[in-house]
Design a protein around this ligand. Sequence first.
Ligand SMILES: Nc1ncnc2c1ncn2[C@@H]1O[C@H](COP(=O)(O)OP(=O)(O)OP(=O)(O)O)[C@@H](O)[C@H]1O
Ligand SMILES: [Mg+2]
Length: 295
Amino acid sequence: MSRIFDALRRAGAEQTGIEYSDTMSVATKVFEARPVEAEVPAEGLTPPAFDPGPVQNAEEIRTLFPAVEVVIPPTSRLVFAAQPNSLAVEKFRFLAVRLREMRQNRPLQKVLITSSIPEEGKSLVSANLAGVIARKRQKVLLIEGDLRRPVLAEQFGIPKLPGLAEWLKGTTEQASNIYRLEGPGLWFMPAGEPPERTIELMQSGRLANLMQQLTALFDWIIIDSPPLLPLADTTLWSRLTDGTLLVSREGKTEKAHLERGLDTLKKSDLLGVVLNSCTHTDQKSYYQRYSPHSK
Ligand SMILES: Nc1ncnc2c1ncn2[C@@H]1O[C@H](COP(=O)(O)OP(=O)(O)OP(=O)(O)O)[C@@H](O)[C@H]1O
Ligand SMILES: [Mg+2]
């Protein structure tokens, strides 16, 4: 973890111009996920009631989009649904609180989740973050913005459904591409069938149009995106969103990757860094490590 913090200090803070302490105050080691346990699938899956938000009547939104039943498979890492009292979920709640605090000082409704390189945990962080915010009775849409490597349908245990790719190709209507996930209580736009010309599709203007429409319907839109390197997709996404969280994975992200990833982000877009870790899964040892008496 210290390698990452070092890189942040030298590269992120200096080159982006963002104060080190600000970046670090957002950074949170959120994720100590284990696959969900089969015996606790239903706990905490009660759909939250919605506040009549400022944007649109919740009942109206419900009826706009088809409902899909979620059956979280035992291999899923969506801890927000299956282990709502775990330390990992606590960390996601903390992240959600930080985002809400930031929203008091800047427009922040559409949050892009990305990382420097593949497989740092963007998709899992996006889905778990969306899940904990939805629990707070917010109208949350999770968009699977990574058209090339979709994984979230499987994590939620729902069938492969038409989604963003089909919307961009113009083959289906918007309402049939967004689904109300019964149980987690959030809305989900899957990536759909991976298209051939991803960049062209994303540049067509339909994406910008879609985002404009969705902005009026939801309190939060969380977008799971591809890595910053070596693709251009995320740059396109960042033009349509309000801020970016950069996921970095302990034991995987190298300093050079993180530096290059930070270089590609506009300094005003960076909300913070999320440290995703699969080590130290034991809650007791976590607290021992961070207790005032630990060395
Ligand atoms: N904290 C974690 N603990 C254990 N496994 C993890 C953790 N985070 C991610 N993984 C595993 O790493 C793999 C990649 O995770 P995920 O799909 O979320 O990453 P990604 O950054 O979205 O990848 P891609 O760049 O391919 O879209 C998955 O197999 C996932 O289960
Ligand atoms: Mg992904």
